[in-house]
Each structure stands twice: as structure tokens, then as C-alpha cells.
Design a protein around this ligand. Structure first.
Ligand code: UDP
Ligand code: UDP
Length: 466
């Protein structure tokens, strides 16, 4: 009898990586009844996520949660200073590589050999570990196909042109299989990583290692993508060097462990009191930290919009504000007037609520996908990484939202926010069209994930190859 398929799912300890990794782990268990899955990220993140057994998945004994070591006690905290982040990255790579190798060997010794290693973006060495042991691996790409294509071509002959025009945001770059793109829409790591001591540079070096290791796969690297075929059908050809399998969007299947906890779920009852499609939901993911001036502009824009809003301001962002009392008051008075401010929420539940009519988002890829899956139009406020490209896709390719622009100093002003919110929530014909398109994409997601849909078939093909 051949051993049971056993997927080892490895992820970097950021919320935007952990969530899609955990959701994929669950999808694998759902579609492959005989499969085993081991989910692993660094020890500190494990403690934060699973210490109190919050993950609803303990019910499935086919899922094992095992940490690996990143060589630190406290672990990674996003938003730390650059020197700290650089030191973390170095430690993460060296210790992670050793520790994951030991993990794979220990699982084999326990009679639970790994048949497939699946790893997210910042673990290029995971592919090497697998290869050294004769185990196949797959990269799990957690950004859009278009961004995979940009990185691919950057590392395969097009770095020079990007480098040369790095400072000219409006310079147009032609990359094979992609529409002409402004330098300003490329991932920020490609254009802003200049100084070798810069954290962006460590990220870019890691990406370079990643694309190098993919080149070593014979005959072709397998890349699972948290996207779905219909969404990026024309772009898929631009990454023909790989076996590309869009299997998303992966969605939570109930309560889900994560790095952040919510205080309570009163916001759901608050949403229940609002008319359908009336609420502006505002959140900028797990990393973005905004200065007080920016938060003030957002508050005024939201209040002046006259629409009810639910706004996530993370605790670590609140600490950024000198005047804690003003924040507390902002929360309270907002609750009395138009809005509600929370420190964290169950975003997919919020986006699924009928009262929500628009998502003001930084366009992190998970947020974009969740919004698409829930049929909620977006106002994009991109910051870094792939977010500008994602915002472009939302506005320009999929027409399910608009992008809000900062002023000369990059600050999004209250008036601009108000104007953009009206462009997707207002009475105009264009706004109605955006809402209609968003609803159509929601149906497309249901189809892609459903039995026989494109993502379902791709995931089955992957499982059967393990
Ligand atoms: N998220 C959440 N509650 C919040 C804010 C964010 O559950 O209050 C989740 C969101 O659903 C998404 C993730 O955090 O799954 C953020 O990932 P994304 O890629 O959008 O952004 P990042 O945090 O990586 O910048
Ligand atoms: N990143 C990080 N810490 C930070 C900010 C950014 O580690 O405080 C890096 C991290 O390496 C991550 C990358 O930025 O992989 C991109 O972040 P993410 O994938 O969450 O971007 P998004 O999906 O939000 O665009």
C-alpha cells in the first residue's frame, strides 16, 4: 500500500501569509480525504495563534500544527525598525533552513513521510530542502498572477530597464505577456530597494533566491496561486515557464486562528442595524501603520461622507498616536455619530454582511480577494509591495473599484476619500456599474471554487500528483 499523501505547508509569520497558508491546508484536507497535512510556521507565531487552541481545526486529527525555529525568542513583529527586520530576516533564513530540514526528517522517522512540500513567498530554501530529500515541492504564490509575471521577467532579463528608470514613476515598462506598466505600479521592492542595508533589499534578495530555486526545478516548477483562472486569464501565459495552478481564492471555513485577536464581535450586531449596502468598511491589513495626520484625514473624510462606517485601527497603529485620549474619544464619538472603530475584526464575516457596501483597503492581496469573493466594490489606498499593482487591477482590469490618490506628499485627503467612496457607493451610473461588476465576480468565485470549477479542478490535479 502506498503511504498516504502528506503535505507540509510552510509559511512566513505574517498574517497575510499565514491566513492563505492555513486556508490552503484546510482545502487540501477537504478535497483529499486520505491526506495528512502538517502546517508549520515559526514558534513565536505558533504560540500566538494556537496556544489556547482557538483554531477550530483541532477537530481534524489529519492536521498537525508543528513550529519551526527562526532562531529568536520573541519572533517577528511587523513594523519594527529596519535594522531589526534585517537581523530577523538573516536569522529566519539560517535557522529556518536548518529547522525545517530537521522537521522533514523527523516526520519521516515517525512514519509520517512528507510527500509534498508547499511553501509561501519568503522561504526559498524550502524548495532546496525538499529537492535534497527527493520530495517534490510547490511554491504557493499569495499575490496575483500579474505580480508573479512581473517578478519573473524582472529576474529574467528585465532588471536593467527597471533599475535605469527606477526614479521615474510614470516611465512605462514593457514586459513580455503584460500590458505596458508604469514604474510606479511595479512592486515597491523592485524600485525602492536601493541601499544594501535597507530592509526592502533583504526582501528583494530573498525574492531573487526564490526565482533562482524555481529555475532549478526539472522539468518545471509547480506554482499554486491564490487567485482563480478566470480573473487573470490573459496573464497566465506570461508565466508559462512554470506549471501554474490557480486554486483560489482560499476562504476561511469557520473560526480561524491568526496573529491578531478581536475584543468582541459587537460590530456584527452594529452592522445588523444598518441598511443593505450602506456601510463603508475601512481596513489596511496587518502591517500598514499610518501617521496621525493620515488618520485624521481618514476620520474627517468618513465623517463628512455621512455614511456609516466600520473602521479597523490596530492597537499597534494607535500607539503611533501621541494623543491616546483623542483616539479613545474618536472611537466613542464615532460610535455615537456615523461609525464604529475596532482594533481588529473578522474581515471575511464583515465583508459577507449585507450592510457593507464598500471596502476602503490598502489592496493587500488577501483583502482584495476577500472583497472579490464577497462582491464588495473597493476604494484602493495602496502603500507598498504588490499593493499598487493590485489597485491597478481592481480599477483598470476588473473595474470593481477605484483608486484613491494621495496629495503631493502622499497623504490621502478627506475630500479625495469622500469623492472616491461616492464613485462606488453613489447614485451615478458608473457607480451602479462597478457594483454590478463586483456582483458578477462574486458569482465567478462561486463557480471557480465549486465542484468542477477551475480552482477545484486545479487543486484536484495537484492533490492527485502528490
Ligand atoms: N484582517 C482581519 N481583520 C482585520 C484586518 C485584516 O481579519 O481587522 C485580515 C484580512 O482578512 C486578511 C489579512 O488580515 O486576510 C490581511 O492580509 P492582506 O494581504 O490584505 O494585507 P497585509 O496584512 O499582508 O498587508
Ligand atoms: N514586510 C515585512 N514587514 C513589514 C513590512 C513588510 O516583513 O513591516 C515584508 C514582508 O517580507 C512581506 C512583504 O513585505 O512578505 C510583503 O508583504 P505582504 O506580502 O504582506 O504584502 P501585501 O500582500 O500586503 O501586499
Amino acid at each position: 500500500m502506498s503511504p498516504r499523501p502528506h503535505f507540509l505547508v510552510l509559511t512566513y509569520p505574517l498574517q497575510g501569509h499565514i491566513a492563505p497558508a492555513l486556508r490552503l491546508a484546510r482545502r487540501l484536507l477537504a478535497v483529499a480525504p486520505d491526506a495528512l497535512v502538517t502546517f508549520s510556521t515559526v514558534a513565536a507565531a505558533h504560540r500566538r495563534m494556537f496556544a489556547e487552541g482557538q483554531d477550530g481545526g483541532d477537530d481534524d486529527d489529519r492536521l498537525e500544527l508543528l513550529p519551526f525555529s527562526d532562531g529568536t525568542e520573541g519572533g517577528f513583529s511587523p513594523g519594527g525598525d529596519v535594522a531589526e527586520l534585517n537581523a530577523y530576516m538573516a536569522s529566519f533564513h539560517a535557522s529556518g533552513r536548518r529547522s525545517v530540514g530537521e522537521l522533514v526528517d523527523a516526520l519521516a522517522a515517525r512514519g509520517r513521510p512528507v510527500s509534498r512540500v508547499v511553501y509561501t513567498l519568503l522561504l526559498p530554501w524550502a524548495a532546496d530542502i525538499a529537492r535534497e530529500r527527493g520530495v517534490p515541492s510547490a511554491l504557493y504564490w499569495i499575490q496575483p498572477v500579474a505580480v508573479l509575471a512581473i517578478y519573473y521577467h524582472y529576474f529574467h532579463g528585465h532588471a536593467g530597464v527597471v533599475e535605469e528608470h527606477r526614479r521615474d514613476q510614470s516611465f512605462v515598462v514593457e514586459l513580455p505577456g503584460l500590458p505596458p506598466l508604469a514604474v510606479g505600479d511595479l512592486p515597491s521592492f523592485l524600485t525602492e530597494a536601493t541601499d544594501p542595508s535597507d530592509y526592502f533589499n533583504s526582501v528583494l534578495t530573498t525574492f531573487r533566491d526564490l526565482f533562482d530555486t524555481l529555475d532549478r526545478e526539472i522539468p518545471k516548477a509547480t506554482v499554486l496561486i491564490n487567485a482563480f483562472q478566470e480573473l487573470e486569464v490573459t496573464t497566465l501565459a506570461a508565466v508559462g515557464a512554470y506549471d501554474v495552478l490557480p486554486i483560489g481564492p482560499v476562504l476561511p471555513s469557520g473560526d480561524e486562528a491568526g496573529l491578531f485577536k478581536q475584543d468582541d464581535t459587537k460590530y456584527m450586531e452594529w452592522l445588523d442595524t444598518k441598511p443593505a449596502g450602506s456601510v463603508v468598511y475601512v481596513a489596511f491589513g496587518s502591517i500598514t501603520v499610518m501617521a496621525k495626520g493620515q488618520l485624521d484625514e481618514l476620520l474627517h473624510g468618513l465623517e463628512e461622507s455621512g455614511r456609516p462606517y466600520l473602521w479597523v485601527v490596530r492597537k499597534d497603529n494607535k500607539a503611533e498616536l501621541a494623543d491616546q485620549a483623542a483616539v479613545a474619544e474618536m472611537g466613542d464619538s464615532a460610535a455615537r455619530k456615523n461609525g464604529m472603530v475596532v482594533e481588529w475584526c473578522d474581515q471575511v464575516r464583515v465583508l459577507s454582511h449585507a450592510a457593507v457596501g464598500c471596502f476602503v483597503t490598502h489592496c493587500g492581496w488577501n483583502s482584495v480577494l476577500e472583497s472579490i469573493a464577497c462582491g464588495v466594490p473597493m476604494v484602493g489606498v495602496p502603500r507598498m509591495s504588490d499593493q499598487r499593482m493590485n489597485a491597478r487591477l481592481v480599477e483598470h482590469d476588473w473595474r470593481i473599484g477605484v483608486r484613491a490618490e494621495g496629495d503631493g506628499s502622499g497623504v490621502l485627503r478627506a475630500a479625495e476619500l469622500r469623492r472616491r467612496v461616492e464613485e462606488v457607493m453613489g447614485d451615478g451610473e458608473a457607480a451602479a456599474e462597478v457594483r454590478c461588476t463586483a456582483a458578477a465576480w462574486k458569482r465567478a468565485v462561486v463557480e471557480a471554487l465549486g465542484k468542477g470549477g477551475s480552482s477545484d479542478r486545479n487543486l484536484m490535479a495537484f492533490v492527485e500528483s502528490a
